[in-house]
Every structure is written in C-alpha cells, then in structure tokens.
Ligand binder design. Structure first.
Ligand SMILES: Cc1ncc(COP(=O)(O)O)c(C=O)c1O
Length: 346
C-alpha cells in the first residue's frame, strides 16, 4: 500500500497501489468551477467576504475564485511584500501608517506598485466597503507579478496587487500567555526590517513554541539583545516603571508599537509610568522585567506572564500592561479620525 499526501500533511489519503490512482482531468472551466463551488458549499460562514486582484482588475466576492496565478513571482520565488490593517467598528485602523510601511517594503524588495499610493488606498477602502465586514483584518500584497518561473523578475510584465478581507473577532486580550526563546535563527536585519512574504523562520518559530505548549516565541539577536516575536513586537516594563521597547534597527518597526510609544506619555503625565525608551535589552535584563507584553496590530497588546518556565514579575497580568492596552484599545475604538479611516459601506 502506498499513501498519497494531500496539500496538508494532516490529511493522508490511502490510495492503494500508485498505479491505481487516477488523476482527474477537468474537461472544461465550468466543470472546474462547479468543483470549486462544491468545495465551498459545506462552509456555512465564508471567512473571506471580498478580495481584490489587479490581475482581474476588480473585486471578487466568490471565494472559489479568490486565487492568484501560480507563475506569480511571489508564489514560486517569494518575491512579494505584504501588510495589514485592522477593521474595527467599520473603521480601518492606522491604514496610512501601514500603507507607508507597505510601500517602503516594496521599494526595498525592488517591486514597483502598479498603482500610485492614493489608488491603492482607495482600492483598500472600496474593498472593505464591498466586503460589508465591520470587524476583521484587511491583508494586502504587492508582488513582482506573473511571469515565466525564472529567478529574474524581468519576464514579469507587470507587478500585481492583491488584497483580501478576513472576518474575525478583534478583542482586547486580558489573559497572559507563555513564551519561549526561539532556537530558529532570526532573519538578517536587511530582511527583518521589511515585511516581505518570506516568513518561513517566523512560521517555524511559532510552531516550535506551540510544540512546547507556549503561545509564541522571542527572538534574541546575535549580540544577545531582545529582538521581536514571530509576528509581533515585544515591550517590557522594568521595576523602575519604565516602558522599554527594543531598538528597530534589526527588526520590523511595528505600526502598533510605534503608536504605543506616541500614546504612552499619557501614563507618564499621570505618574503611572516613570519613563519611556527604545533601547537594547539583554536577556537577563528582559527576564527581570516586572511586566512583559507582545504588541501587534490584531492584539493590540498581549500580556506575557511566563518565559521559558520563568515567571515575569509575579507571574500575573500586570496593571501597567493593561493600562497600556486600554490606551491602545481606546485609540482603536474611538481615537482621532486621522487614525481611524471611516469605511463608506453601501
Ligand atoms: C515580524 C513582525 N514583527 C512585528 C510585527 C508587528 O507589526 P504591526 O504592529 O505593524 O502589526 C509584525 C506584524 O506585522 C511582524 O510580522
């Protein structure tokens, strides 16, 4: 007996002798479409209400057709960049900040956008409106585009822009999680500071944490300084009540942690925090912090109470962590209009 693995190694189909396995050839695109619709028919609530593709030149509402070409340089060579924005109560949070980082990443990856920034922005807002989604995430990609499967993108006639809306619950995190120090090597600064689609180290690092019963991991750089998590930044409160965020020279400058640095002075003004700084932090300094947290768009703050079996502070969710979380949450829910772009749903 031989086994034939499907796309996911979780599902293994017994097919008997390999010679018995007959691959179906779709005789027409309508037959294929029927099959794709059949695959989606059992899904009660569609998780992706809308997608935009510059290849199609419009918005797609049918999940069976939310596809990208296999000869896209992003698919077979990882030549693409991406970014996100949270949709909360019918607003897009920090869209412009994310869009600026997206275009910086694209420039570092030598991908030129098929549209100017104002058009990308307009597409993202119209896509969110068409999706009718009031709570979730918007994810978008710029790719070198479809071409000829070669390493050079010179055969890719035009870059491509894709975006998708994902319905999900966005809630303030109130429980603490456990983290581990990652043994998976982190990306070099050139690649870690741009948000490109090569997230294999990040995926393996997250899987390593899950294998060890932790939520996620912490990367430590070659010099022994704290870096970031696999898709989040990390921040600390020391026993002197200072908020410390690792420097951004070797990691992604997270839009959320940058906003946190803008909002946190309110806690200095009311005396709850003594200071705020971005700095190098050794593992020993970090492990002796009184509070620790992940910071990232869809969290926006996740308290960390245990690290490599070592409790952080008293091992409970800290008051200052929650005060910082409240500041960010308030900003997401009712912050200034410059931060929260209104979506004109139809
Ligand atoms: C590697 C990495 N670090 C940090 C972050 C946090 O960034 P943001 O706050 O913009 O979500 C992300 C997520 O985008 C990330 O992928």
């Amino acid at each position: 007996m031989e086994t034939c693995s499907s796309s996911s190694d979780k599902k293994t189909v017994e097919v008997g002798n390999g010679n018995d396995f007959k691959v179906h050839v779709f005789s027409s695109s309508s037959e294929l479409l029927e099959k794709l619709h059949e695959n989606w028919s059992s899904v009660k609530k569609k998780p992706y209400p809308a997608m935009y593709s510059s290849i199609f030149g419009g918005i797609i509402l049918d999940p069976a057709l939310m596809v990208i070409p296999v000869d896209d340089h992003m698919v077979h060579r990882g030549h693409g960049v991406f970014d996100t924005a949270v949709i909360l109560n019918g607003h897009l949070y920090e869209l412009d900040v994310h869009l600026n980082r997206f275009l910086r990443s694209a420039s570092k990856a030598r991908i030129s956008s098929p549209y100017p920034k104002s058009t990308l922005r307009s597409i993202l807002i119209q896509l969110t409106a068409a999706s009718q989604c009031k709570k979730g995430t918007l994810r978008y990609w710029l790719s070198a585009g479809p071409g000829d499967f070669l390493l050079s993108p010179s055969g890719c006639s035009s870059s491509a822009f894709y975006a998708i809306v994902i319905e999900e619950d966005i809630l303030q995190c109130k429980e603490g999680v456990k983290v581990i120090t990652s043994t998976i090597p982190m990306k070099s600064p050139e690649f870690a500071t741009m948000k490109n689609v090569n997230y294999l180290p990040n995926v393996l690092s997250k899987m390593e944490a899950e294998d060890k019963g932790a939520f996620a991991s912490i990367w430590v750089d070659e010099e022994g300084y704290i870096a970031e998590g696999p898709n989040v930044n990390v921040a600390f409160l020391n026993t002197d009540k200072e908020l410390i965020v690792p420097l951004f020279d070797k990691i992604l400058s997270g839009c959320t942690v940058l906003r946190l640095l803008e909002l946190a002075p309110k806690l200095v003004e009311n005396g709850r925090l003594k200071g705020i700084r971005t700095d190098n932090l050794t593992v020993d300094e970090a492990k002796s912090a009184s509070e620790m947290m992940y910071v990232g768009s869809s969290l926006p703050i996740l308290p960390i109470t245990m690290w490599d079996e070592h409790p952080i502070g008293d091992g409970k969710v800290g008051d200052l962590t929650m005060a910082l979380s409240d500041l960010l949450w308030e900003d997401m829910v009712a912050g200034p209009e410059t931060q929260r772009i209104h979506v004109p749903y139809v």
